[in-house]
Structures are given as C-alpha cells and as structure tokens.
Ligand binder design. Structure first.
Ligand code: DGL
Length: 270
C-alpha cells in the first residue's frame, strides 16, 4: 500500500515530513533526483524526461500513486505527463492544486466554475522555471476570478538551501521579497511555491511583515492526500515498505536530509 514522493532533490522532504505525520500508517517511498538538481533553471522538455524517469522508478517500487513534491516538475511536466504518458491504472498528482484549493477556500477536489474569492493580491515565490510556466496562474484561473498574482523568480535560493548555506539563503529571501514588494507593495497572501522554501518560512514571514498570510505546502498537501486516499483507497499501490532513494550520492544526501526532516535517515542508490 505504498505511495511515492518525488522531488528534484531534498525539498520534497518538507512535504514528506508532513505526510508521515498525517498518514503514519502509509509507507512512503521518497525519490530525490539529486544527480540532476536543481530543476528550476532547466528547460521544460528536460524536466519532463527526468520526472518521467523518477516516476517510473517509483512505480517499480509498487507505488501506483506518485506525488510530485516539486512545484517545478508539477508546473513544467505534470500536465503533459497526465495527458500523454500516465497509464490509466496509475496516478501522478502535483502540489499546486491543493495549494490553490486552500488559497481559494475550496473543498479538496471541488471542480466547480471559478468564482470571486476573499483574497485579491497574491505574491508567488517560486523557481524561475515555475514562474515562467505560469502554471500557478493557469490553475488559479480555473478556480477564482479577480485575483492579481505577482510572481517573483527566486534565483539561487534552491542552490543555497541544498548547499546548507542558510546565511546566503536568508539574504536571498530578503532581496527577493524586496524586489516583489516594489511591484506589489501590499500583498494579502504569499505563496511559497517551491518545496524547498518551507525551510525559510520564518525568513519569508519576517521580510513580508505582519498582515501577510503565508501559504506553505507541506501541511496543505498532507491534508489533501489524506482526503484523496479516503476517496480512492485503491490507489494505495502494492509496495509494502517505505524507503529513501536518491540518484545522487546516498551518504551525502542522507547527511543533508537531516536538516529537512529533523532526524537522521539513510538513503539508498536509486
Ligand atoms: N523543490 C522544487 C520545487 O518545488 C524544485 C527546486 C529545483 O530543483 O529547482 O520547485
């Protein structure tokens, strides 16, 4: 009954941590494509092929359902995968839709027509590829009308976090928030649209100042998956055991993972 969780690197562990807490009975198989991280500056075609390879590896672990715990892969590859590649008995779900459902105060899986929502000015912080895909705005337009989105590509932030250079990461958060505020001085909500950014949530909140509601994905995605599995229990695949896999160096990745999960984990080669 395993579920797969995929990210370009370590960021998806922020989502996995929340999934393990919310669904302790489900074995999760995590795969980080650390050999090819970051995805956030790659071309969509490249991201599509890397993500398909990662998802196939998770299917081989008995995970019929795979969560792309990576906004960049969700933005650049998911639609193409769902339309042309995922076989009928498997599912690949992204992390954008649950976030937008939370932002627009919808029930999970509510696909009714777009309507006016309370929030009007939204700041999106994400990787350059996610921002240029405009996937967030597209998914939002299916659900809400009259929402102004200002997106800030946060160049360099994923690399700083993956390298464990939190001083640089904090400086980058402040400069990206300043850049966004020059274009949207008073956002009501800020979306952390990259699974690495929850580690910097306090820095984002401080730089944004009081009165800005910060939406971070781990808790939101965990709640939405719990709801999905209650509706679709048959999507729990035949895999029986959780695991941590990486395309990178398992020892190095395991050491760095501690910062994300706040406990030691050992990775195996994918
Ligand atoms: N953590 C990922 C995301 O949510 C990917 C970051 C990257 O590889 O650039 O976008």
């Amino acid at each position: 009954m395993a579920v797969g969780v995929f990210d370009s690197g370590l960021g998806g562990l922020t989502v996995l941590g929340a999934l393990l807490q919310r669904l302790p009975e489900v074995p999760f198989v995590y795969l980080g494509d650390n050999a090819h991280t970051p995805y956030g500056t790659r071309e969509p075609d490249d991201i599509f092929h890397l993500t398909c390879a990662g998802v196939e590896r998770l299917w081989a672990e008995g995970c019929d359902l795979v969560i792309l715990a990576c906004n960049t892969a969700s933005a650049a590859a998911l639609r193409r995968m769902q339309e042309s590649w995922v076989p009928p008995h498997k599912r690949v779900l992204g992390v954008f839709v649950p976030l937008i459902e939370a932002l627009t105060e919808r029930q999970w899986g509510d696909n009714s027509p777009p309507r006016e929502v309370a929030v009007k000015h939204v700041a999106l912080f994400a990787t350059p590829t996610t921002v240029s895909s405009r996937a967030f705005q597209r998914e939002l337009a299916f659900r809400a009308i009259g929402v102004d989105v200002e997106a800030q590509p946060c160049g360099g932030l994923v690399d700083a976090i993956e390298d464990g250079d939190m001083i640089l990461a904090e400086a980058l958060v402040h400069s990206h928030v300043e850049a966004l505020k020059r274009r949207m001085p008073r956002p009501e909500a800020a979306v952390l649209g990259c699974t690495h950014y929850p580690l910097m949530e306090a820095a984002f909140a401080e730089a944004l100042g009081p009165g800005v509601r910060v939406f971070s994905q781990p808790g939101i995605v965990a709640e939405s998956l719990a709801n999905y599995l209650a509706r679709r229990p048959e999507m729990l695949g035949p895999g029986a055991e959780g695991a941590f896999l990486t395309t990178g160096d398992p020892r190095r990745v395991g050491q760095r993972a501690t910062q994300f999960l706040r406990r030691g984990v050992s990775f195996a080669a994918a």
